[in-house]
Ligand binder design. Structure first.
Ligand SMILES: *Cc1c(COP(=O)(O)O)cnc(C)c1O
Length: 381
């Protein structure tokens, strides 16, 4: 192992403000679904440009609530990508609905293919679940047209996408419902945490009810004397966020634009350095028209380069890399349940993709080190 410190795949950007936010909650002695959560929801909704934001325990639970709100049930089909984190798919299965995999658009655009979505529509299709890979938008104009002409709902898995724009909007404000993640390695980190966003009043009120056992009032309402009893009107869940996570989220939200700018600078720097290695390494989403947030920095290795050895070599030089993603349809559980799929582009990208370290505070000298070691590796094969 190298003497130099490890360059991690991702690093938190916490400062004194996050600590103060946590202490503020402890001092105020109200731990769940209180003023911090309400403020976080309001601030997040206003940031995204959407009517309702509903804080949840994590993004997986937000996706589940979204699927409930649009009325998914057994027998329904949802068209979704396979090049995503398994949570996207799991949330569909929780409702009894069937995921139907669509391929990615191209070897350059790794988001769900509108053409393949159209191919996969049947009389049972109820929704399209899109995922903005790495903070790069799916082709939302085409997907909206498809959804309108077939009367389908659109759910955006926006876990990668806080602060990414699409035309004059932010991602997460385009579909019927969108879900964000505040897991440690996301652009906003609270540990665990998520947010469901929608402009639809009915979806919002159902999601709010289902988030907390279908109860018509919360503990804060009762504390404040706004209510003394509650009714239970639905069979809901406990998918609530707590005040500590919400307080951290509010600080993180305020830093988001600055941190995304830093990521964009780092991505540009990577691109300038890696462009010289274009024989062996390509960078996806070339000629992308909008403003991504560089949630991750993915590259594609030339066919024939052994990815495992590449990743192991970098690890031995103190550089952590990752794969986004092992496609969901190839995992044992999904493969046994849904069988072999025709997703040639997804499988090819999934075989050759490597994710390099990126985070707001990564230094140019760290990126230099990553690229130097990649060069040495490539020279040696
Ligand atoms: C992280 C992630 C999720 C799940 O988020 P949690 O907050 O951990 O539940 C869902 N979808 C995608 C694409 C993700 O990257």
């Amino acid at each position: 192992m190298t003497e130099k410190p490890m360059i991690p795949l991702f690093d938190l950007n916490f400062g004194v403000e996050e600590k103060e936010a946590v202490l503020r909650v402890l001092h105020n002695k109200w731990l769940t679904m209180g003023a911090e959560t309400e403020a976080f929801e309001k601030e997040f909704a206003s940031y995204v440009g959407i009517k309702h934001a509903i804080a949840t325990a994590n993004c997986t639970t937000a996706l589940h609530l979204a699927n409930i709100a649009i009325g998914l049930e057994k027998g329904d089909e949802v068209i979704c990508p396979s090049l995503t984190f398994v949570a996207t798919l799991n949330s569909i299965l929780y409702t009894g609905a069937t995921p139907v995999f669509a391929d990615i658009s191209s070897i350059n655009d790794w988001t769900i293919s509108p053409e393949d979505i159209t191919e996969k529509i049947t009389s049972r299709t109820k929704a399209i679940m899109v995922m903005h890979y790495g903070g790069f938008s799916c082709d939302m104009d085409s997907i909206r047209k498809i959804a309108e002409s077939h009367n389908l709902k659109i759910i955006e898995d926006a876990a990668h996408a806080p602060g990414s724009s699409y035309r004059d909007k932010l991602l997460g404000s385009i579909g019927d419902i969108s879900c964000f993640s505040f897991f440690s390695n996301k652009n906003i980190s609270t540990g665990e945490g998520g947010m469901l966003c929608t402009n639809n009043d009915a979806y919002a009120s159902e999601a709010r009810l289902m988030r907390s056992h279908g109860m018509t009032s919360g503990t804060l309402d009762r504390y404040k004397g706004h209510a003394f009893t509650y009714d239970v009107v639905l069979n809901g869940y406990n998918y609530r966020m707590d005040e500590i996570h919400a307080a951290i989220g509010r600080v993180q939200l305020r830093k988001l634009d600055t941190c995304n700018d830093l990521r964009r600078c780092s991505a540009k720097y990577y691109e300038s350095k890696l462009s010289k290695l274009h024989q062996d390494i390509t960078i996806p989403f070339q000629d992308y028209k909008y403003k991504p947030n560089y949630h991750i920095f993915p590259i594609l290795l030339k066919e024939g380069i052994n990815r495992k050895i590449f990743m192991k070599y970098l690890f031995e030089q103190g550089i952590q890399t990752s794969i986004h993603y092992q496609p969901v349809h190839l995992f044992s559980y999904y493969h046994q349940k849904y069988g072999t799929q025709q997703l040639p582009l997804t499988e090819e990208v999934a075989r050759r993709e490597v994710t390099l370290p990126i985070y707001p505070n990564i230094m140019e000298r760290d990126i230099d080190r990553v690229v130097e070691h990649i060069k040495t590796f490539l020279a040696g094969i």
